[in-house]
Design a binder for this molecule. Structure first.
Ligand code: TRP
Ligand code: ZN
Length: 896
């Protein structure tokens, strides 16, 4: 907790560490109320640094003892100030012995060493190791670790750390010990220990090389019936990295541990990945299809970090996307390959792009906008963002689009050949990609240095006599905080041209020989550039930015008819979906403006009839009906087409956001579609109902997704027949996906007994924390919910702010997932929000700072709402004991 303004750290100030560390030996005496840590650090001066002081970081720990080369240091021998311990002019070779004491049971920040449900866990990324001992806690200091754990044998029968178990045994007083050695050098952020009463599922697994490794998934007692999917995902991940990238598991033992109190998704500690239970535990009774898919993705993500993050790590935290963007790209490719089919890959791609547009585009346009490789930060925890992760993954994907799969693989191989065992920068990755392919990727650097989402505006000119097409592309990028002028990006724009029958035209680039292609990747590098195509005998419809080949906003003035045409014919599945989204967005914006006008004119009651007039044309309904009934299309794909752009996405399209009008318009369109398509929907519902035992595979989950989106449309009709249908699905479901979808339909309806359904659900799953999270979320996001209802739920026995999953399930879900209720015109949502941020601030700053971002876009609202949002932000800014995390977010929000 701070008293003065926290300093800003700049990328340009990077300096090599003054000392390098060879070995670290640690001994832990674990007790919840007082844990003692003894650390021996063998270090030597770094020839690359002119500094001669040893610089160590420490936070919220008691320093009991400090010895340098065997001699005790006294207060006069070092300086300890603001979490930095400096030993001036230390010897060339220095061995430090440090003893510290900590209180894991009082650690609610969940960084460093903490207790969750009686067990000990650590979380050291980014700067948590300094809450365990004084250390040069920065990622470019890599060392070999040996760890001795001692604890009570009854309460802590299991003692785990990184690497290999080399010794264990008994100690007096009912205690025991285990000694672990990690054969690989690593930065301190990858250190981990787990101690407690846990059980594991384990399997021996044979690598392609023939070597046998031990795989374990550790959970609390009673959860061994929920580990199989995580284990399967781990084995698939190991296999996939061998096959796709030639990367082998480098340890004899690989462990995953699940913990219920965790700030984020999971953590890639070397050989000892620690996971949020949400991304490990699954069986059909408690987990949805989305949970199953997320578990596969996160297990893959953490496993893939073993090479992209651990073997090659980051020089400093500004380079975070070096490991995160690359590893997200790898987990996206893994998930796509696991589905296998071409249409399955498209579905996965659409899902990923939806996340980008829903969360990253707004971030890139708001007060916290930052480049993929930021130039400065106050608190690094605030930069584990969708920009660093998801936009970072898009940047990596663009290399693959520009260089091809094989070229990308060559770049990866060179990257590891050059940098294994090193801490490097984003520029090193780009250089490996360029050098391995003899390509100039200078300009590509701007994807790392410039924030903001580029726009690419396209116009097409067709010359019937000459049979040529000219596509002119204009790029621009809006200003972001601290960056007003932007230079042109290097943008791969994949395009195709469709003939009147909807078939792909084979494209010859002008003057081009060689084989034609139906999709060409145009490389846009100038502000304005024209591309020519010849031999085009009719005016085509362009299919632009196929597969979403770059993280940009693509503008082209399609007619409604052209969009319907693309929806029906484009061979690029992503763009088929995209055309439907464009058409839907067009209607949604028209309807939203109609609501606003009707409201202004005082026609509150007449809004419906105004809307009905607006919806006279049936282009959208007709196009959706065709897609819905096209049996050749994957159910999963049809579900995506049927899903309208979210209220948040609509908001991003408006000059001034009007949450109530957006909500009214979107609901109206959903209800109108349900009415118009009722018989089609009912038929599809019947045809896709799940039968037989549950399987989470892509084909079956796609069917459930379609069935359940159809149910949600039918539920808009809110009549007794539909209530009965939902109730029946709720009662008969043999899996959580169908159960939850039915309960959601009831919760959003005016069904008489919906309270009973909610109560039954609670009673049945009282002991399953992850399901109770779903129960809270369902209510937080229900259309019938308001601030008072959410406030009442905070008083529920099962609610606590201390558990991040629970806080997210209710508070975050309401503030970020229920815009029309959160933005209640009286400002009551904002008042609630600021209370919760302030309460969380003193429990868990990292989680508090995430919630503090809910009003990022406050300047985009009407003045009356803006004023109330500003006041709520100011209330937080004025609160006492504000953490660095929250302070940075609200300060930047108020400033921009
Ligand atoms: N490196 C982790 C990942 O992406 C995420 C992570 C960073 C994290 N800091 C954390 C997780 C703090 C939990 C708490 O996989
Ligand atoms: Zn990661």
């Amino acid at each position: 907790m701070r008293t003065d303004t926290p300093p800003t750290i700049y990328r340009k100030d990077y300096a090599a560490p003054s000392y390098l560390v060879d070995t670290v030996d640690m001994g832990f005496d674990l007790t919840p109320a007082r844990t003692l840590v003894a650390t021996r650090i063998v270090m030597r001066r770094n020839p690359a640094s002119s500094e001669q002081d040893i610089v160590l970081y420490g936070e919220e720990i008691e320093l009991l003892q400090l010895r340098l080369n065997g001699k005790t240091l006294h207060a006069r021998d070092y300086r300890l100030d603001g979490g930095i311990l400096r030993i001036p002019r230390a010897p060339q070779d220095s061995t430090l012995e440090i003893e510290t004491a900590l209180r894991p049971d009082h650690n609610t920040s969940l960084m460093g060493l903490y207790v969750s449900n009686g067990n000990f866990f650590t979380q050291c990324e980014a700067e948590g190791f300094r809450k365990i001992t004084y250390f040069p806690d920065r990622p470019d200091v890599m060392a070999r670790y040996t760890v001795m754990l001692r604890a009570d044998k009854k309460t802590c029968p299991v003692l785990l750390s990184n690497g290999n178990l080399i010794e264990q045994g008994e100690l007096p007083d009912g205690r025991h010990y285990a000694k672990w050695e990690d054969p690989f050098k690593k930065p301190s952020y990858l250190f981990a220990l787990v101690a407690g009463n846990l059980v594991c599922q384990e399997e021996s697994f044979r690598l392609k090389s023939g070597r046998e490794v031990l795989l374990q998934v550790w959970v609390e007692h009673g959860n061994l019936d929920k580990t199989q999917h995580a284990m399967d995902s781990l084995k698939n991940s190991i296999r996939w990295d061998e096959e796709r990238f030639g990367l082998e598991l480098d340890l004899d033992r690989f462990m995953i541990v699940a913990v219920g109190d965790f700030n984020m998704g999971a953590m890639e500690n070397k050989g000892l990945n620690i996971f949020n239970t949400k991304f490990v535990l699954a069986n059909p009774r408690i987990a949805t299809d989305i949970d199953y898919a997320n578990i596969e993705a996160v297990v893959g993500h953490e496993y893939f970090h073993n090479w992209t993050g651990n073997r090659v790590t980051c020089r400093d935290w500004f380079q975070l996307s070096l490991k995160e963007g690359l590893t997200v790209f790898r987990d996206q490719e893994f998930s796509a390959d696991m589905i296998g089919t071409e249409s399955g890959r498209a579905v996965k791609r659409i899902d990923d792009v939806r996340v980008l547009r829903q969360a990253q585009f707004p971030e890139d346009a708001g007060p916290m906008a930052h480049p993929v490789r930021p130039d400065s930060f106050v608190e690094i925890n605030n930069f584990y963002t969708v920009t660093v992760y998801e936009k970072g993954a898009e940047v990596v994907r663009m290399y693959q689009t520009l260089l091809g799969r094989d070229g990308f693989r060559k770049g990866m191989d060179l990257y590891f050949a050059r940098h294994d065992g090193q801490a490097v920068a984003c520029d090193d990755f780009r250089a490996a990609m360029a050098d391995a392919n003899q390509r100039d990727l200078q300009q590509f650097e701007r994807w790392y240095s410039q924030a903001g989402t580029p726009r690419v505006a396209v116009t097409m000119a067709y010359d019937a006599a000459a049979k040529t097409v000219e596509l002119t592309l204009r790029q621009s990028c809006p200003p972001t905080p601290g960056q007003t002028e932007k230079l042109p990006f290097h943008i791969p724009v994949a395009i195709g041209l469709l003939d009147a029958k909807g078939r792909d035209i084979v494209l010859q680039a002008e003057g081009g020989k060689g084989k034609g292609a139906i999709t060409r990747v145009l490389e846009l590098t100038q502000a304005v550039q024209t591309f020519h195509f010849s031999g085009i005998s009719e005016r085509p419809v362009p299919s632009l930015l196929r597969g979403f080949s770059a993280p940009v906003v693509l503008e082209y003035s399609y007619s409604d008819a052209e969009l319907a045409f693309l929806m029906a014919h484009d061979s690029d599945a992503f763009n088929r979906w995209e055309a439907g989204q464009r058409l839907a967005m067009r209607r949604l914006l028209t309807l939203t403006h109609a609501v606003q006008e009707a409201r202004q004119a005082g026609h509150v009651v007449a809004v419906e009839s105004v809307l009905n007039n607006v919806l006279q044309d049936t282009a959208l309904t007709d196009a959706l009906r065709i897609t819905l009934n096209d049996k050749k299309l994957d159910p999963a794909f049809r579900e995506l087409v049927l899903t309208l752009p979210s209220e948040t996405m609509i908001a991003e399209q408006m000059e001034v956001i009007d949450p109530q009008a957006i909500h009214t318009a979107r609901q109206f369109l959903r209800r109108s579609l349900a009415q118009a398509l009722r018989s089609d929907l009912e038929a599809i519902y019947k045809a896709n109902r799940s039968k037989g035992p549950y399987h989470p595979d892509a084909a079956s989950s796609g069917k459930r997704a379609l069935q359940n989106v159809v149910l949600s449309y039918l539920a808009e009709l809110d009549d007794e027949a539909v209530h009965a249908l939902a109730q029946k699905q709720c009662d008969n479901a043999n899996n959580m996906t169908d159960r939850l979808a039915a309960l959601a339909a009831l919760t959003n309806s005016h069904a008489e007994d919906k309270q009973d359904a909610l109560a039954d659900f609670y009673a049945e799953f009282e002991d399953e924390a992850l399901v109770i999270d779903k129960w809270f979320t369902l209510q937080a996001t229900a259309r019938t919910t308001d601030v008072d209802a959410v406030r009442a739920l905070t008083q529920h026995l099962a609610f606590t702010l201390k558990n991040p999953n629970r806080a997210r399930s209710l508070i975050f879900s309401f503030c970020n997932g229920n815009p029309s209720a959160f933005h209640a015109t009286d400002g009551s949502g904002y008042a609630f929000w600021s209370e919760q941020v302030i309460a969380l601030n003193s429990i868990n700053p990292q989680v508090a700072a995430r919630l503090a971002r809910s009003l990022d876009r406050w300047r985009k609202y009407a003045p009356a709402l803006q004023e109330k949002m500003r006041a709520a932000l100011q209330k937080i800014a004025d609160a006492p004991n504000l953490s660095r995390d929250v302070a940075e977010v609200v300060t930047k929000s108020l400033a921009h």
